[in-house]
Design a protein around this ligand. Structure first.
Ligand code: ASP
Length: 358
């Protein structure tokens, strides 16, 4: 046992050691910083609502004019829907739920209608929502028969004593609360079917290989700031094409895919879920803001472009702080996203060259 004096010396040494580390060293831990990690941009100011439609790559020319219009219209409708609510004095929680509902109903995105297929050619849907004011949250995983999983996640938060429900129990909970049964066929789209067939034709070279995301994952999410300066976040997804039955990604995991705390930030992530869970990505952005006092742009870029990439995955996030500064970092070439400012100005960003690493 060290003597009391020796203990004091050891503690003083530890304090000196920790004090000697810069904030960013502490933040990055032992993770190697990729040499080409982009510096965080300034972010966008005055934002009240932002949505994303998944991280990936959309080079210019990869969409037909009709497809481009459909994506931009979908994002714009989601932003308008949430903006109207905020303008009417409704809470950020309503805005993120309803904005995500629009994207869940849009077959272009991998959530609700248009969700990807698992190995058994089924849809298993994941979603989570969090209220920054009191950190109440709700989540569902592996849902089969609920049209809007984000609304079910909110229902779990508000109508059950629980935070997280999965599988049959979650679908039953929906039915007991009057949510109409949705047959699996509703979620079907040709595009996702073709992606499943392509994945079956090209199985991973090694058994047990990491699940792969398609280049534009299509997961959806929203973050919002309301008139009471409360923030909220929501994420909804069908997961990864050809995922194992029962696989759950980060999107429904509070702290990994979704997090909101009025003291720091509202975050919705997109990327290889396994790694975002291991990196507790959404909460880590909040933690860097809370403990290392980083601004949202730096905290979000540190997690997405350094810590998550060091764990071996790519992806992105939208992160909105309580002052209305939006960061949308990504280690993929792009992240489909859009935002609306407090004055109602809407911007949608699809192509890689439209999505700077802020
Ligand atoms: N994060 C999602 C998942 O792993 C996928 C994605 O965002 O593309 O389920």
């Amino acid at each position: 046992m060290p003597s009391p004096k020796r203990s004091l010396l050891i503690s003083a040494g530890l304090v000196a050691l920790v004090a000697g580390l810069s904030g960013s060293q502490l933040a990055a831990g032992a993770a190697a910083v990729p040499a080409d990690a982009p510096a965080p941009g300034p972010g966008v100011r005055g934002v009240v609502l932002a949505v994303h439609g998944g991280a990936g790559s959309l080079p210019r020319g990869s969409l037909t004019p009709e497809q481009e219009k459909a994506y931009r219209d979908g994002l714009t409708k989601a932003l308008r829907t949430g903006y109207e609510l905020i303008k009417d004095g409704r809470p950020a929680l309503d805005a993120v739920e309803k904005a995500v509902n629009v994207l869940e109903d849009d077959p272009n995105f991998n959530a609700g209608k248009g969700a990807v297929f698992n190995t058994d050619a089924e849809h298993e849907l994941d979603a989570s929502i969090m209220n920054g004011k009191d950190r109440r949250s709700g989540a569902v995983a592996g849902v089969h028969h609920t049209k809007n999983p984000i609304s079910l996640a909110r229902m779990v938060m508000e109508k059950s004593p629980h935070v997280f429900m999965a599988g049959k129990g979650a679908d039953d909970f929906a039915l007991r609360n009057g949510v109409p049964f949705t047959p699996q066929d509703y979620f079907w789209t040709q595009r996702r079917w073709d992606q499943l067939m392509a994945a079956k034709d090209n199985p991973p070279a090694t058994a047990g290989a990491k699940p792969e995301r398609s280049e534009t994952g299509g997961t959806v999410g929203a973050v919002a700031l309301d008139g009471d300066r409360d923030i909220a976040a929501a994420t909804s997804t069908g997961g990864l094409t050809n995922k194992q039955v029962g696989r759950v990604g980060d999107s429904p995991v509070i702290g990994a895919g979704t997090y909101a705390d009025n003291r720091t930030v509202a975050v919705s992530c997109t990327g290889t879920g396994e790694v975002f869970i291991r990196g507790v990505a959404a909460h880590d952005i909040s933690a860097l803001m809370e403990y290392a006092r980083m601004p949202v742009t730096k905290a979000a870029a540190t997690v997405v472009n350094q810590k998550i990439t060091a764990l071996g995955a790519t992806g992105g996030a939208i992160a909105l702080d309580g002052r209305g500064t939006l960061a949308a970092p990504h280690s993929t070439k792009g992240i489909i996203n859009g935002y609306v400012t407090k004055d109602g100005e809407i911007k949608t960003r699809l192509y890689d060259d439209e999505t700077p690493p802020e």
